[in-house]
Design a binder for this molecule. Structure first.
Ligand SMILES: [Zn+2]
Length: 130
């Protein structure tokens, strides 16, 4: 598999203006889910597009996306895009090691989880009402 969930990918996006030759711009996205299509032997990745990025062909992530691609609920309503293994990119950064808090879904770098794969971040441990 080329990408994994939480990987950072900088897409090389062609910007085309009327009567001008195209220029490329970097768009920073995070892989949040994927789907393996056995029929055409390809993997479709769904990515989170942060609010400061603009991307053509992006869309609002809905409940159907969340269940189909196994995306965390917190991404529903956010902007997403699809990429495949052949999408042109500038850079691929593997997800940093760490754990995602089971309570608040925050990703904490270098945090380790217990044997059951459960991790609760410090803020949630100190404030159970968070
Ligand atoms: Zn937490």
């Amino acid at each position: 598999m080329k990408y994994a969930v939480n990987d950072q990918v900088i897409l090389k996006v062609l910007q085309q203006f009327k009567d001008y030759p195209g220029t490329f711009k970097p768009v920073n996205v995070t892989v949040i889910g994927f789907n393996v299509n056995e029929h055409i032997d390809t993997i479709e990745y769904i990515c989170y597009v942060p609010p400061y990025e603009t991307l053509l062909n992006s869309f609002k992530i809905n409940e159907q996306h969340a269940s189909y691609y196994g995306i965390k609920k917190k991404y529903v309503g956010e902007i997403g895009c699809f990429i495949t293994t052949t999408t042109v990119i500038y850079k691929h950064t593997k997800a940093p090691t760490g754990s995602t808090c089971t309570k608040c879904d925050e990703f904490i770098m270098y945090a380790g989880c217990d044997e059951l794969g459960i991790y609760v971040c410090r803020s949630c441990r100190e404030n159970p009402y968070r």
